[in-house]
Design a protein around this ligand. Structure first.
Ligand code: TYM
Length: 327
């Protein structure tokens, strides 16, 4: 069976953008691939984290994976730090990565912009991400659009390794959804919806209450026009809301446009809020059940155990190919 790997950071609350761009697709892929889905705590600490928050968010995100529909008997769900081989391969790949390549990463440039001091971890982060993927020889990596550049670097590093040390790594393909790969902020459609945006009204979080969701959607910016039409270049705000509607209802973009033909933004937004509430309610219910049951720790343990087996084999092969003495 072909292999899938992806991860989500436990920094801040996970957003509807994370869900539509990534998590929802994890669930779809689990039936046809050998899947590894991790909560990437090693990546989260590339910016400062409060230890208690990190612990809580790690467990919350893992529980959300399962609540969203990942079946731990089909896919491995685990913490990145519990599979130690990620960090080990990360170091090996860092030595194959050039400073220039890392300097070109737009996510690094965005996160480092205006900072007086930037952590070295933030800089080398993409080499660790490459290790996450290559350690399982993943064929497919479901991600949102913002991770595309990191995927390209991963492909380059795999090719470089294969060229220098022998054909070993699979060159992974990104799996980026056609609709919903970049959900935008509710208050500013030029920015992606993001966990790190300090304005809580800019993002819908998966654990927002129905009333919070209704309030955020009713306040979402639109334009001075009147048509519910999908035209990202000229109507970015409304197009973003249509995308969310489509992704949370299962209707196509064209079907959403048709349904609201001749209607104003008010009724469209009202319905959208109910569509989002309806999509998130069952996830929230399952989330509460999973947290109460306390089963997440054993799910993570089992996931890490299975993932480690695959990862250890790769690490040994890679060390041998690179010329390390066997233990
Ligand atoms: P992170 O935690 O920022 O985001 C998790 C996933 O959500 C997607 N995403 C979005 N998709 C659509 N619209 C948005 N507004 C939006 N915001 C986020 C991201 O593209 C991502 O797929 N570096 C990664 C985590 C990572 C990883 C990996 C991913 C570490 N190792 C290996 C894949 C494979 C990150 O920071 O994602």
């Amino acid at each position: 069976m072909k292999r899938v790997l992806s991860g989500i950071q436990p920094s801040g609350k996970i957003t509807l953008g994370n869900y539509i761009g990534a998590l929802k697709n994890f669930v779809t892929l689990q039936d046809d691939y050998t899947c590894n889905f991790m909560v990437v705590d090693l990546h989260a600490i590339t910016v400062p984290q409060d230890p208690a928050d990190l612990r809580e968010q790690s467990e919350a995100v893992a529980a959300l994976f399962v609540a969203a529909g990942i079946d731990p008997n089909k896919a491995n769900v685990y913490m990145q730090s519990h599979v130690r081989q990620h960090a080990q391969l990360g170091w090996l790949l860092t030595t194959l990565t050039s400073m220039g390549e890392l300097e070109r990463m737009t996510q690094f440039k965005d996160k480092a912009a205006g900072k007086e001091s930037v952590g070295a971890g933030l800089f080398v982060y993409p080499a660790l991400m490459a290790a996450d993927i290559l350690i399982y020889n993943a064929d497919l990596v479901p991600v949102g659009e913002d991770q595309k550049q990191h995927l390209e670097l991963t492909r380059d590093l795999a090719g470089r390794f294969n060229h220098r040390f022998g054909d070993y790594f699979t060159i992974p393909e990104p799996y980026i959804p056609k609709v919903g790969a970049r959900i935008m902020s509710l208050d500013d459609a030029s920015k992606k919806m993001s966990k790190s945006n300090p304005n809580a009204g800019s993002a819908i979080y998966l654990l927002d209450s129905p009333d919070e969701i209704r309030k955020k959607i009713s306040r979402a910016t639109t334009d001075s026009g009147r048509e519910v039409k999908f035209e990202p270049a000229t109507k970015p705000e409304v197009s973003n809301l249509i995308t969310i509607y489509s992704q949370c209802s299962g209707m196509s973009v064209a079907e959403v446009e048709q349904r609201y033909e001749g209607q104003m933004y008010g009724p469209f937004k009202k319905d959208l809020a109910e569509v989002v509430v309806g999509a998130l309610e069952p996830i929230q219910q399952r989330y509460r059940d999973i947290r109460e049951s306390g089963e997440i720790r054993s799910i993570l343990r089992q996931g890490a155990e299975r993932a480690s087996e695959m990862a250890e084999k790769t690490l040994r092969d890679v060390q041998q190919l690179m010329g390390f003495l066997p233990e």
